[in-house]
Write a new protein. Structure first.
Lengths: 316, 316
DNA sequence: CGGAGCCCTAAGCGATCGCTTATCGGGGCG
DNA sequence: CGCCCCGATAAGCGATCGCTTAGGGCTCCG
């Protein structure tokens, strides 16, 4: 019984699949499957069983889950405690949905570290679906993106979501775009577009856009560039595309109900269970400096890989 | 950071020495030292430092200790939970001071298992000094011996401690033995005689018996046999030597203040933190069957090795 | 100043961990 | 019925774990 094995089990149980757990841990699927198998044989219990679609916990697995989760949490506490006792800079592991990571998180965290002294910040990309597990298992401290249930969600940034396309796109000249006809055009999105827990994912779902109409780009900026090129329509975050719209490179479509008024949240564990650095970031989010940093539309930031394995194994 | 390493650290911290921790775990000293070194380098903190006589915790070590202890405890909980969920027989790990293990624990536990159905009981020998750590770290469920502070001590068996010797020993004919002169004779004891936390150890300490006057035998029975042979005086548990005294093989010395009225205790974690099997044993201790089993003076039980490594590593 | 404890390091060994790529089985769905 | 997705398994590899015996260094004590 190793910590790695318990971690693998907890993530499989929480995310409901070996594949998802492997992705969240940034390792291959057999790595997780193997850890699970080792734990199974050690404890002499299947722990999780395949059950049509997802995985279900055995009686033993149900009892093990909270205990294993606690152990994993305490292991994180242990490293934190030592870190802190040594006066080492606090560690703040931030995960964000791809759109947030690309345009908002970077300047925000840069401003935060500049202002709040010695903090070691890491930023990674995750889907909204895996964020709760990552936060609960202390693989991350803050999850930036849509509100997550079961966690403490602090409103972070209000933004507006519109639909944009290039000036030569057929829809660019239509005076009024009906929502229904949007499903018949190519959609150019980033990774969060195929994450049904994000706003864009929900939007595409609501519009019933078929999968073969969705083209995933490595970044929102790339999707907008393709849209400007006339290859299709794209979701656009108002203040970020404003400059391109002004210069005529993009057109904001007059879709009924848009732009959508939306909010991004900073999701964390409840007070007491989160680290001090996390609290400091939460407080920072309420300051004008934070707002200013997030509003700054520096779309030119270097885009990280598509889904980088963010989480180095905590216990080597 | 492995569970083994955390376990080693906790025991070193609790017992105040690498040597003691190694003994409690039944492994060699470098094994513990090595685990500690690995944890140290992983966390980048010395954790414990040598400080004249014992070991002292660094600031980081002090923070780590309660966390590591919790982790170890939860790991034990995990195996318990699975065991229980599978309907496997409960596990009850009993440790006792050598005298108790030799004469009282065996028949007691035999009667307990016979009466209380499917329970898997293991019995080991430990010094009273290491019992608290063993119980707190869930390496054992019950510690039989003297009352241990900080734990729940259930009175288990009243007994009387006398001083005995062979019929041809010079002291055997003295009408009144002064306590002071006992320090000038050879003492024949078992392992618990050199454990200053047991009654016999305290007795020898109070009598100021010098170390070179103490001869340690692998069992109380062996010490009594040597005493009967005239090789010296020995501590005698009244009801256990009664038969030998009756037959003239041993003489109970008229030392002032003896026989001492003493009590053995069953030490456990407080309610709620102990296993169900532990609770069952506690209840059993109040029954006439338990009393009867313990009173039965079957000194002929095969004596275990001097200090057997009782505790197999919990996580392989 | 020599000895005794106690802790640490060194060296070595077998087993396991943790990860990879490649392949096999099995259940749901068209 | 066959396809496809997902999980389990196989094989292999390097690193680490966990343990041993042997020996070196430190501190305390006589």
């Amino acid at each position: 019984m190793t910590l790695t094995q318990l971690e693998a089990f907890v993530l499989v149980a929480r995310l409901g699949s070996v594949k998802a757990a492997a992705r969240a841990l940034g390792v291959s699927e057999p790595a997780v499957s193997g850890a699970l198998a080792a734990l199974r044989s050690h404890l002499g219990d299947p722990l999780v069983r395949r059950a049509g679609g997802g995985m279900e916990l055995t009686a033993g697995g149900q009892r093990l889950l909270p205990i294993a989760s606690q152990i994993v949490n305490l292991a994180a506490d242990a490293t934190d405690a030592i870190r802190h006792a040594q006066g080492a800079p606090d560690l703040l592991r931030v995960v964000a949905t791809s759109a947030v990571a690309e345009h908002v998180a970077r300047p925000l965290l840069t401003a935060f570290t500049a202002r709040h002294g010695p903090v070691e910040v890491t930023l990674g990309v995750a889907t909204a679906g895996e964020m709760p597990a990552l936060l609960l298992e202390r693989l991350a401290d803050v999850g930036l993106g849509p509100r997550l249930s079961g966690l403490e969600a602090l409103p972070m940034m209000r933004h507006r979501l519109a639909v944009v396309c290039g000036p030569r796109h057929p829809l660019a000249r239509v005076p009024r775009v009906r929502a229904g006809c949007l499903a018949r055009h190519d959609w150019l999105v980033d990774a969060s577009g195929v994450d049904p827990a994000t706003e864009v994912g929900l939007l595409l779902e609501r519009l019933a856009v078929p999968e073969d109409r969705i083209r995933v780009f490595p970044s929102l900026a790339a999707a907008w560039a393709a849209a400007a090129d006339g290859q299709g329509v794209a979701p656009g975050i108002a203040h970020l595309v404003a400059q391109d719209v002004e210069r005529g490179r993009l057109v904001m479509l007059p879709v009924e109900g848009t732009p959508l008024d939306l909010m991004w949240f900073a999701n964390t564990l409840p007070a007491g269970r989160r680290s001090m650095a996390t609290d400091r970031l939460r407080r920072f989010l309420d300051t004008p400096q934070a707002m200013q940093a997030m509003r700054r539309a520096d779309a030119g930031v270097p885009v990280s890989r598509f889904r980088p394995p963010v989480y180095v194994t905590l216990w080597s």
